[in-house]
Design a binder for this molecule. Structure first.
Ligand SMILES: CNc1ncnc2c1ncn2[C@@H]1O[C@H](COP(=O)(O)O)[C@@H](O)[C@H]1O
Ligand SMILES: [Zn+2]
Length: 348
């Protein structure tokens, strides 16, 4: 971890809605993976970006390739998912929507179906051990893989949505934003929406995506990842902002990820300020806590110190995130009660 985090932020009950499984692998788990696969000659420094370090977004995507080499069996996925879930729980996260791209690995017999099944198994195992966190799963589409794979992923997600007892709730669109165009993925995303999968789309993570965002906002998505370049001040447009506001589409905002990935020049210029000041639903998230050496408490603390938020403001942000989850209303009600129960302890 990069910084010392005040106990208030750790004890604050939190909702995490934007976490990529393989980007969330901690250094402890990476150690275990490296010792399972010494022949790969992967060193620790290749899988995380430390304090004060920055990488281009392109270099970040190279890091995921290294991690994918380390995580290529059902056994690896099970361990990684269980570790990640327990780490979020230890950081005070009470509700987590984990997202991951199902991968097939011919050499190890891993299939996209067994990939999803294994993540579900990890969630169930944590639940049976009594880990204090409600975890759901969003199946991810890597935009690099094109429309056919996207459609295949939607069909799989649809199947699991119906058979996983509410654990699979939706779909994520992610991957290198400079590759491919959302227009080609529209039929798959439209199908997902029609069958009841919730949609969280990475939109305008880089400046060149305005036209794509305009198009995909017509779906409309249920949440937006990043949305760094949506507003006019950074080359977006007012009509795009209006669409987001009219449809009340929550934004998942990841400060460290954007600064370390160099799409935002510094913390004080993060678009959290723009959307939060407007009173638009803005959820603080980690994106890739392993790769960016952070955790959700630290992200809350960073937002507070950068934008001068009081503890009451911070409490409100974490509480209002409950309204943005993809799980049904009864789950929202349970979480709201949990927040009420925990409040005296956090503000003691
Ligand atoms: C930094 N900003 C980002 N922008 C876009 N996509 C990202 C991302 N961070 C992570 N991913 C997506 O998540 C995958 C890793 O987790 P999973 O193998 O799916 O669990 C990456 O390969 C990429 O597709
Ligand atoms: Zn992301």
């Amino acid at each position: 971890m990069d910084n010392e985090v005040d106990v208030f932020y750790q004890e604050l009950p939190k909702v995490e809605l934007h976490a990529h499984l393989n980007g969330s692998v901690s250094s402890q788990t990476i150690e275990k993976l490296i010792s399972r696969k010494p022949h790969l000659n992967i060193e620790h420094g290749m899988t995380a970006i430390g304090k004060g370090q920055r990488r281009t977004l392109d270099e970040c995507f190279q890091v995921f390739k290294v991690i994918h080499q380390l995580v290529d069996t059902e056994e690896d996925i099970l361990m990684v998912a269980i570790d990640v879930i327990k780490e979020f729980a230890a950081d005070g996260v009470k509700y987590l929507e984990l997202r991951s791209t199902p991968r097939e690995e011919k050499t190890t017999g891993l299939t996209k179906r067994s990939y999803i099944e294994t993540v579900i198994k990890a969630i169930q195992q944590c639940r049976s051990e009594g880990v204090d966190i409600d975890v759901r799963f969003l199946v991810a589409i890597d935009r690099r893989n094109g429309p056919e794979v996207a459609m295949e992923t939607v069909k799989l997600a649809e199947e699991f949505m119906l058979s996983s007892d509410g654990l699979v709730l939706g779909l994520d669109l992610s991957g290198d934003p400079t590759v491919g165009h959302g227009r080609d993925l529209l039929p798959a995303l439209q199908r997902a929406k029609n069958c009841g999968l919730k949609l969280s789309l990475h939109l305008s993570e880089v400046p060149s995506q305005l036209e794509e965002s305009e198009l995909l906002l017509n779906l409309p998505p249920d949440r937006i990842g990043h949305g760094t370049f949506l507003h006019p001040e950074v080359g977006g447009s007012q009509s795009v902002v209006d669409k987001v506001v009219e449809n009340k589409i929550p934004l998942e905002l990841c400060l460290t990820s954007n600064v370390k990935g160099q799409t935002v020049p510094c913390y004080s210029k993060h678009h959290f300020k723009y959307w939060y000041q407007m009173g638009h639903p803005s959820v603080i998230c980690t994106d890739d806590k392993g790769v960016f050496s952070t955790d959700l408490s630290q992200e809350y603390q960073l937002a507070a110190s950068t934008f001068g938020l009081s503890r009451e403001d911070v409490w409100k942000i974490s509480q209002q995130a409950i309204d943005c989850i993809f799980a049904p209303d009864n789950v929202k009600q349970q979480l709201k009660q949990k927040w009420i129960d925990l409040q005296p302890q956090v503000f003691k």
